[in-house]
Design a protein. Structure first.
Length: 116
């Protein structure tokens, strides 16, 4: 109904994401130019949320997964869902990435997005 307003919001979000990505690229280039390895992403994050290791993905609460996803995104990098899934699985120490793990993590990503 308000196509012009929606288009404006989409374009503003797109421009913001491009500015953010450009700033991150510039920061990585500055780090490389000073003969330092690019800063590890986790160093720009706060403390990792306390999520105890569990035997099964079914034992991990969705809000715990959402807190971990928030922490992963707290460094400001733009990531695809696949990248978030891969990092979250790695951080959880999950040995096998089966359909249950994939479904639980993707549901947590959806919950994270709906929260924002």
């Amino acid at each position: 109904m308000r196509r012009h307003e929606e288009t404006g919001r989409v374009m503003a979000t797109y421009r913001s994401a491009v500015r953010h990505a450009d700033a991150a690229d510039a920061q990585d280039e500055r780090a490389a130019a000073s003969d330092q390895a690019p800063a590890e992403q986790s160093s720009r994050r706060g403390a990792r949320p306390l999520v105890p290791r569990r035997q099964s993905i079914a034992e991990i609460l969705q809000n715990e997964l959402v807190r971990l996803i928030e922490w992963i995104h707290s460094d400001g990098r733009v990531r695809t869902d696949a990248e978030v899934v891969a990092e979250l699985v790695e951080r959880l120490g999950v040995r096998r990435r089966g359909s249950r793990v994939e479904a639980a993590v993707r549901a947590a990503i959806a919950a994270y997005r709906s929260k924002r």
